[in-house]
Design a protein around this ligand. Structure first.
Ligand code: AMP
Length: 258
C-alpha cells in the first residue's frame, strides 16, 4: 500500500485496521470513471467529515446487461489522481471476491419502490444496488454517506434501506451537476458519439421544459431513442432513454423537480 494521499486499500481488513469506530467518516460510493458530479459529493464530504473515503467498485450484480457491464468505463488510475487533488484520505477499491465472499448467495431485496421506473426495466438492478450499498456501509461504517439526486430512485431506496436495517449512517442527498448545456454528468456520457451527445442534451431539455409527461414522451419519440419511461413520482419528473443500436446501446437517466 502506498503512503501518499489517497491511500488505496483493496480489502475490508486493511480498511478496518486504519481507523476506529464510531467514525467521523464520510463515504462516497461510486463505480468510478469520476466526473464533476462525483467530485461535488467528495467536496461536500470533505466539508462535513474528518475523513473522506471514496469507494470505486463497478458492481456486477446491478447490471442486468453483461454488455453494459463490460463496456462500463474503468479509469482507476486517473480516478485516484482526481481524488489526490481533492485530498481524499482513502480510496476503497475492492475486487469482486472481496465484496462477495459469499459468492453472491445473499442479497437484499425490496418489493415496492425497486419494482418501479428503472426497476421495471432493469430486472434485479436495485437488488444489486441495495446489496452492495449495505455491504459498503457495513464494511466502512461511515457517519455519513453521499448519494446524488441524479439517481433519485436509488437515493430514495438507500434512505429506505438504512431505515429498514437500523443502519446508523446518515444518507446525504446532493443535487445533480450538469454541463452548461443542461446535460447531467454521467460516466456513461464518455461513450456518446457527437450526434448522440446532441440527442442527450435534447433529452435533458425536454425533461425540464415539456409541459407534461405525455408531451415529454411525444417529444422524445421524435428523437432517435427508445424511451423506457417518463413518470412523475417522489415530487420529481424522472425518465430513462436508450440510445444507439441495441447491441451497443447507452442508457441515460435524469430527473427534475416538479
Ligand atoms: P455512479 O458512479 O454512477 O454509481 O455514481 C456514484 C454517485 O455519484 C451516485 O450517488 C450518483 O447519484 C452520483 N452522481 C452521478 N452523477 C452525478 C451528477 N451528475 N451529479 C451529482 N451526483 C452524481
Amino acid at each position: 500500500m502506498n503512503t501518499e494521499s489517497p491511500r488505496v486499500c483493496t480489502t475490508v481488513k486493511e480498511l478496518r485496521d486504519l481507523y476506529s469506530y464510531p467514525s467521523r467518516i464520510g463515504l462516497i460510493p461510486t463505480m468510478g470513471a469520476l466526473h464533476d458530479g462525483h467530485c461535488s459529493l467528495v467536496a461536500r464530504s470533505k466539508q462535513e467529515n474528518e475523513v473522506t473515503i471514496v469507494s470505486i467498485f463497478t458492481n456486477p450484480t446491478q447490471f442486468d446487461n453483461p454488455d453494459d457491464f463490460a463496456k462500463y468505463p474503468r479509469t482507476l488510475e486517473s480516478d485516484i489522481e482526481i481524488l489526490r487533488q481533492f485530498e481524499v484520505d482513502y480510496v476503497f477499491a475492492p475486487n469482486v471476491e472481496e465484496m462477495y465472499p459469499d459468492h453472491k448467495r445473499f442479497k437484499v431485496s425490496e418489493s415496492e419502490t425497486s419494482k418501479l421506473l428503472c426497476g421495471a426495466h432493469r430486472h434485479g438492478h436495485f437488488d444489486g444496488v441495495l446489496t452492495v450499498v449495505l455491504k459498503l456501509l457495513l464494511a466502512v461504517r461511515p457517519a455519513r454517506a453521499y448519494f446524488g439526486e441524479k439517481d433519485f430512485q436509488q437515493l430514495t431506496l438507500v434512505r429506505e434501506l438504512v431505515e429498514a436495517f437500523f443502519v446508523e449512517t446518515q444518507i446525504v442527498g446532493c443535487p445533480t451537476i450538469r454541463e452548461q448545456s443542461g446535460l447531467a454528468l454521467s460516466s456513461r456520457n464518455a461513450r456518446l458519439s457527437e450526434s448522440q451527445r446532441e440527442t442527450a442534451i435534447a433529452f435533458a431539455q425536454i425533461l425540464r421544459d415539456a409541459p407534461s409527461t405525455a408531451a415529454a414522451i411525444a417529444a422524445l419519440q421524435e428523437l432517435d431513442v427508445r424511451v423506457d419511461y417518463v413518470e412523475e413520482r417522489f415530487g420529481r419528473r424522472l425518465a430513462a432513454i436508450r440510445l444507439g443500436p441495441v447491441e451497443n446501446e447507452i442508457r441515460l437517466i435524469d430527473n427534475v423537480a416538479v
